[in-house]
Design a protein around this ligand. Structure first.
Ligand code: MLC
Ligand code: AMP
Length: 514
């Protein structure tokens, strides 16, 4: 049996190749045949480069249907897709390329100069360009390739993608996800979320992370469902398209921004079947306001780069939890079928219902490990094969999982992860800085944002604005602290450790005054 993920997706749409697969916000229509043919041409281009099976294809391009086709081409040719956030700057990209050693890098034409320099220096053989207006050397070359391609044979545990994530500490690590991890999760969600004939997905998320790339795209493709494709999220456009669609997926910030639009009404949302939220905690206020304004109850689910989706509130009755078909705000629902989830104390004991501890998971969706980091992989798994998520939570008396915090020092801002240790490292390297701490504080739009607290060296003058300006020239924009304070001392405990909880408390009203 072929476990190639593309083969499974294609099986769902091969019966209606001439209907519309994607309609874009620019008014372009792509049929399923277009997806099949273009991904075949791109797969033939990649195969013609004579790169080995398992070679990494690193991609940092603006969102476009062609970028999705490149993802499908990589899958069907048996290579490994490595998506990179478009906000990453040169130092960040250099790290990923040096670490993953991709055989092929695809970037936008505007970035070709600096990206190709980094890539060729790191031993990459091919650098192509792909722009969001269907131009670039990748498509120029692919146009000469055959549109017939035989999908390669893959075992379930063959690697399909690497997603970089920082996990608990240190530099980013590449989570290796297999065809089997991705397909099993997509199949589970197809059933659990009741995907059906006639569903249409509004695709509004970026396609370099789990939510937009896997959950949303696989969901639509595995159901042979049309996507209404947005190059960039625009709340007005989503609301305008609701009468033509049935499913929407977003991080909480997208829901907050739609709620600010007067056009969002019960009438406008009446054709929709399902609103899914995840990647960051959904505030109960947002959950309730959405219910009042649209008559729909958001279905919140929980996942990670390392595991794809882990839990979900029920779409309909779940036979494992009789009488519990409610989507409960403030919870992330039940472990998905096939996922084992338990809560453990620091000393390794499994905790009973209602008690708070570290969330550990096991299942066919859970990754095999971090790219070329066997020691780190070992640390993150228990002896009996459970992955330690770094999330802290409990299972309530009805079986719902509630996330109450994280043991990892991580800020989730507008659905993007920011690792304080990384930002602090950059600040500490600045002239005149003795030390720094970055903490997450509540924010009305992004949920949480970073605030930096900096100590100057004796005799040095440091300005918060200058710290921010320097960071902007070095790091992806979403990682930049929204505010930077220069103070005399950081609060420390008796062991000398910075007490970030006190800083969080001190600045918690900065963006959300009472
Ligand atoms: C943009 N900005 C952010 C930000 N996004 N700041 C903090 N956090 C963010 N997430 C800042 C920029 O730095 C810039 O600041 C200003 O906002 C405008 O930038 P923009 O690019 O025009 O912003 P916008 O298009 O409005 O983007 C906001 C957003 C975007 C919410 C649409 O962040 C987004 O698409 N988030 C979704 C992330 C996602 O898909 N996560 C899934 C991860 S998967 P300045 O100062 O330069 O003007 C995962 C697993 C799971 O976690 O369970 O799903
Ligand atoms: P990432 O590394 O980008 O995959 O981020 C995964 C992390 O996002 C998880 O470990 C959680 O901390 C967080 N997360 C995802 N979904 C939710 C959710 N519904 N509620 C709270 N946190 C979430």
């Amino acid at each position: 049996m072929n476990h190639n993920l593309y083969a499974a997706l294609r099986a769902q749409f091969s019966s209606h190749l001439d209907s519309t697969a994607v309609e874009t916000d620019e008014g372009l229509h792509y049929s399923w045949r277009d997806l099949e043919r273009a991904s075949a041409m791109l797969a033939n281009l990649l195969e013609g480069l004579n790169i080995p099976q398992g070679a990494r294809i690193a991609v940092q391009v603006e969102k476009s249907v062609e970028a999705m086709m490149l993802y499908l081409a990589t899958l069907r040719a048996g290579y490994v897709f490595l998506p990179l956030n478009t906000a990453y700057q040169s130092a960040e990209i250099q790290y990923f390329i040096e670490n993953a050693e991709p055989a092929v890098v695809v970037c936008s034409g505007a970035n070709f100069g600096w990206v190709s320099k980094i890539a060729f220096k790191a031993g990459t053989q091919y650098v192509f360009t792909l722009n969001d207006n269907r131009t670039g050397s990748l498509l120029d070359r692919a146009v000469h390739c055959s549109d017939k391609h035989t999908v390669v044979q893959n075992a379930a545990d063959d690697m399909a993608a690497i997603l970089y994530t920082s996990g608990t500490t240190g530099r980013s690590k590449g989570a290796m996800l297999s065809h089997g991890n991705l397909l099993s999760n997509a199949q589970t969600l197809k059933t659990y979320w009741g995907w059906r004939a006639g569903d249409v997905l509004i695709h509004a998320l970026p396609i370099f992370h789990v939510h937009g790339l896997f959950v949303a795209i696989h969901g639509a493709l595995l159901n042979g469902s049309k996507m209404i494709w947005m190059s960039k999220f625009d709340p007005k456009f989503v609301i305008q398209k609701m009468p033509e669609a049935t499913v929407f997926m977003g991080v909480p910030t997208l829901y907050v921004r739609m709620l600010a639009e007067p056009e969002l009404t019960k009438q406008q949302a009446s054709h929709m079947r399902l609103f899914v939220a995840g990647s960051a905690p959904l505030l109960i206020e947002t959950f309730k306001e959405w219910q009042d304004r649209t008559g729909h109850t958001i279905l919140e689910r929980y996942g990670m780069s390392e595991t794809v989706m882990l839990t979900s509130n029920p779409y309909a009755a779940d036979a494992r939890y009789p009488g519990q078909s409610e989507r409960r705000g403030g919870t992330v629902g039940f472990p998905l079928p096939g996922v084992q989830l338990r809560v453990h104390s620091d000393d390794g004991a499994e905790l009973p219902v209602g008690e708070i501890g570290g969330i550990q998971v096991k299942g066919p969706n859970v990754f095999s490990g971090y790219w070329r980091m066997p020691e780190k992989t070992k640390e993150e798994f228990t002896a009996d094969g459970f992955f330690k998520t770094g999330d802290v939570g409990k299972i309530d008396e009805r079986g719902y999982v509630v996330i109450v915090g994280r043991s990892k020092d991580l800020i989730i801002s507008g659905g993007y992860n920011v690792y304080p240790a990384e930002i602090e490292g950059y600040i500490n390297d600045m002239a005149g800085v003795a030390e720094s701490a970055l903490v997450g504080v509540p924010h009305p739009d992004f949920g949480e944002v970073g605030v930096a607290v900096v100590i100057a060296k004796p005799g040095a003058t440091v300005s918060g604005d200058a710290v921010i300006a320097t960071l902007k020239s070095q790091l992806a924009n979403f990682k930049i602290p929204k505010k930077c304070f220069v103070v005399d001392a950081l609060p420390r405990n008796t062991m000398g450790k910075v007490q970030k909880n006190l800083l969080r408390d001190q600045y918690k009203l900065l963006f959300c005054p009472p």
